[in-house]
Ligand binder design. Structure first.
Ligand SMILES: Cc1cc2nc3c(=O)[nH]c(=O)nc-3n(C[C@H](O)[C@H](O)[C@H](O)COP(=O)(O)O)c2cc1C
Length: 729
């Protein structure tokens, strides 16, 4: 009796999920001719724990894990439960994976210190749980392009599993893939012939040629894709009925189907996962799939108001109302996920070019307009695999080659300059490559769903449990392509737009009393709670805290300081239960995972004294200083011991936060608070530059001996949860 094959993913931003889906689809397609496996099951790690893991120790099972690492070496949310379970179960006598053949594909980025950490640990733990590793872990690096490693894994993995299942060697995921099925009544389009000359009229190719010349790269039209064999496996999988049959083995019929095909959300998996996310007092039922439509009750510019409508640095705070049944008492350090549909303008720009009027997904026919507006991420920066996939829909061979080159490893520097630095998305790609006419099905196959954006809360529930505020910079810049078109962030631009009535009120009505002003409809936004597991205040408020948050990285610290201030004022502890061993957010934790002293809202309510607190904040100029009044008021009121502030474009004691931290007094203070006084150090903001520099600075600060001590000390403090990061790239 053939065994089941599980393709299990852990994904924060959709890459691993998409790759896992491709692998599952391809293997499923092979099963029509080659019955190596009974069923092919695709699911997120958390879903696997309850629905499938118990059976893995009983029956021979094959498991392919595709997981990224996020945060600072953290598992993606939808993988965290499986990760914890595997870590916990290694020492048990009854090896829970003793009947499991497995392989791990780890996604990561070498810009982060814990490269592919979650994949590595998962691979190790599966082994310790008795699993049979059938091929070595493959690590794919986002910094240089995931494609080659992913392609190599895809090429090999099926053959290896087949061999292990006793089915011989001949199959590989790619080789035996059936040819793409033509749409009914159509003859398949032959692949475009290679270009015969380097001349072209294509605006995209011309721009790319310029970029390549600047970077001393070969002309993209001379690119020879056949030398990049493994990339072929990442090309768009064409619709094939065999691919649309991945079986979901979920156990909960209420949640609908978990199968996630062609970029559609894994509604069941995600819902199941979020459904168990509880606050200490109640469960929340608002999720990514079922967000709450929150009225935006206030919005204000924290900086840059004078530069509206097109200044490059505008920071906005928006306040959203939460309903009674939101059932979610958030706590400082948490974020709110915001979902914004694609704008009508971007849908219109794509609609006319994409071929086909509707697609069928799991029996449901979806019209083009709806699919483009609500589902596919046409506003996201194009990924390499999407470019390679789109190349097959170009009728001009030069354009096809240029897109293939951009998605290839050889074209990596050009990708950075041409795609990444312009945040080039499908909407702007189409006019550059006029022969590119993808089908609606290809768009569905290639693109992920619109991802939510996450923003740290700036408020505390101790003040108002029915409202939450977040702060963000408006993304607004000029592209170097498309004639210098202006680009606004998909979410931040939208929020600024809908909050116009608060941000830039009509001056004609300003002198009128509020009651007499015309009533405008309250803007709304779709949100869901996104609790943080690690970025939490210490449970004992008397512990000191050091907060490093330049720019909008200061946002969670506004919540931290307000929370400590109000916790001192309120003495609610008699009426509140404390909650031990469970985070707010309902994640069960093992002893060693519970960082010393970390806690929740309730812990704070029992507080009397709050410990010393230091904030390191930096921005470009005094004009950019957000929350200046609030920070000064905190300092005056004693809730903040000291704000250390610097301006990179003005004269002062230092340019950047790390310059201030390095100063003798401050370095000594940080050492004392963290090492001797049981303090916690928090870093929030940009991962690539700021966090890296701040960590390097801390290594110096803790390197009292002048040797390698500092590096080790920082690692130790991170491992103990005494240095905590909330960073983004
Ligand atoms: C906020 C953030 C934190 C990250 N942290 C790490 C990390 O600690 N180690 C690592 O190897 N990669 C890290 N990455 C890189 C991701 O693993 C990589 O981008 C991967 O392709 C994401 O896959 P996913 O979309 O399936 O989550 C991080 C990425 C982001 C955006």
């Amino acid at each position: 009796m053939p065994n089941d094959l599980f393709v299990v993913y852990g994904s924060a931003t959709g890459n691993s999920e998409h790759i896992a889906k491709q692998i599952a689809q391809k293997i499923q397609a092979l099963q029509t001719t080659d019955k190596t496996f009974n069923d092919v099951v695709l699911c997120a790690g958390n879903e696997a724990v309850k629905a499938h893991l118990p059976k893995w120790s009983e029956n021979p099972t094959s498991v392919i894990i595709v997981t990224s690492t996020t945060g600072d070496g953290d598992p993606p949310e939808n993988f965290s439960r499986l990760f914890r379970t595997l870590k916990r179960k290694t020492s048990t006598v009854d090896k829970i994976c003793k009947s499991v053949d497995y392989a791990v594909l780890a996604l990561g980025d070498t810009n982060y210190s814990k490269f592919c950490y979650i994949g590595e640990v998962t691979d190790k733990k599966l082994k310790e749980c008795g699993g049979n590793r059938i091929m070595d872990i493959v690590k794919a690096d986002e910094a240089t392009g995931l494609e080659e490693a992913v392609g190599g894994f895809q090429d090999r993995v099926y053959g290896e599993f087949r061999k292990a299942a006793g089915g011989g060697e001949q199959e590989s995921c790619e080789e035996s893939q059936p040819p793409p099925a033509p749409e009914s009544g159509e003859t398949p389009t032959p692949p475009p012939a290679p270009p015969t000359s380097k001349s072209t009229n294509s605006p995209g190719v011309l721009e790319l040629q310029k970029v390549c010349a600047e970077l001393s790269l070969p002309d993209p039209l001379t690119y020879n894709p056949s030398s990049a064999t493994s990339l072929q496996s990442l090309q768009a999988s064409q619709p094939s009925s065999a691919f649309l049959n991945i079986q979901d083995k979920t156990t909960n019929p209420d949640q609908g189907s978990a199968s996630s095909l062609n970029g559609y959300p894994l509604s069941l998996n995600s819902a199941a996962e979020s459904g168990t996310v509880t606050s200490t007092s109640s469960r929340t039922h608002y999720t990514k799939e079922q967000p709450f439509t929150a009225p935006v009750t206030k919005a204000r510019y924290l900086s840059g108001k004078e530069s509206y409508p097109s200044g490059d640095r505008r920071v906005i705070e928006v306040c959203m109302e939460l309903p009674e049944d939101f059932g979610y008492e958030y706590s400082p350090g948490d974020s709110v996920g915001v979902i914004v549909e694609n704008s009508q303008e971007s849908v219109d720009a794509v609609k006319g070019v994409v071929v086909g009027e509707e697609v069928e997904v799991e029996g449901e026919v979806i019209k083009k307009e709806k699919l483009l507006r609500e589902r596919v991420n046409i506003n996201g920066t194009l990924r390499r695999r999407e470019l390679i996939g789109l190349s097959t829909s170009c009728s001009d061979p030069g354009e096809a080659l240029a897109l293939k080159f951009l998605g290839s490893k050889d074209g990596s520097p050009a990708y950075t300059k041409f795609v990444e630095s312009n945040s080039l998305n499908l909407v702007y790609l189409l006019p550059l490559f006029p022969s590119l006419k993808p089908s609606l099905q290809a768009i569905l196959d290639l693109f992920t769903t619109i991802p939510p954006r996450y923003y740290s809360v700036t408020t505390t529930p101790l003040q108002n449990v029915n409202a939450v505020s977040v702060a963000f910079s408006v993304v607004d810049y000029k592209m170097s392509l498309n004639g210098g078109a202006r680009r606004l962030g998909h979410v931040t631009g939208h929020l600024e737009d809908i909050c116009g009535m608060y941000l830039n009120p009509d001056p004609r009505f300003e002198r009128l009393p509020l009651a007499l002003r015309p009533k405008l409809p309250c803007p709304t936004v779709k949100i869901f709670p996104f609790p943080s597991k690690h970025f939490k205040l210490p449970a004992d408020p008397s512990y000191p805290i050091v907060m490093v948050g330049p720019g909008t990285g200061v946002a969670p610290f506004m919540s931290f300081i307000s929370h400590r201030k109000l916790s001192k004022k309120q003495s609610l502890h008699e009426t509140e239960e404390t909650c031990e061993g469970e985070w707010r957010g309902g994640f069960e934790l093992e002893g060693e995972e519970l960082a010393v002293g970390q806690g929740d809202v309730q812990g704070y309510r029992s507080s009397k004294e709050i410990g010393e607190s230091h904030l390191f904040f930096g921005c470009r100029t005094k004009k950019d200083w957000i929350y200046e009044d609030e920070i000064k008021a905190f300092e005056k009121g004693g809730e903040l011991t000291k704000a250390h502030v610097c301006f990179s474009r003005e004269k002062g004691e230092g340019k950047y936060v790390q310059d201030l931290m390095r100063k003798e007094n401050n370095a000594g203070k940080i050492r004392d608070l963290i090492l001797k006084k049981n303090g916690y150090l928090y870093i929030c903001g940009d991962a690539a530059n700021m966090a890296r520099d701040v960590i390097a600075c801390l290594e110096e600060i803790f390197d009292v001996e002048g040797g390698v001590e500092g590096k080790k000390q920082v690692e130790k403090l991170k491992a103990r949860g005494k240095i905590l990061l909330d960073i983004w790239s």
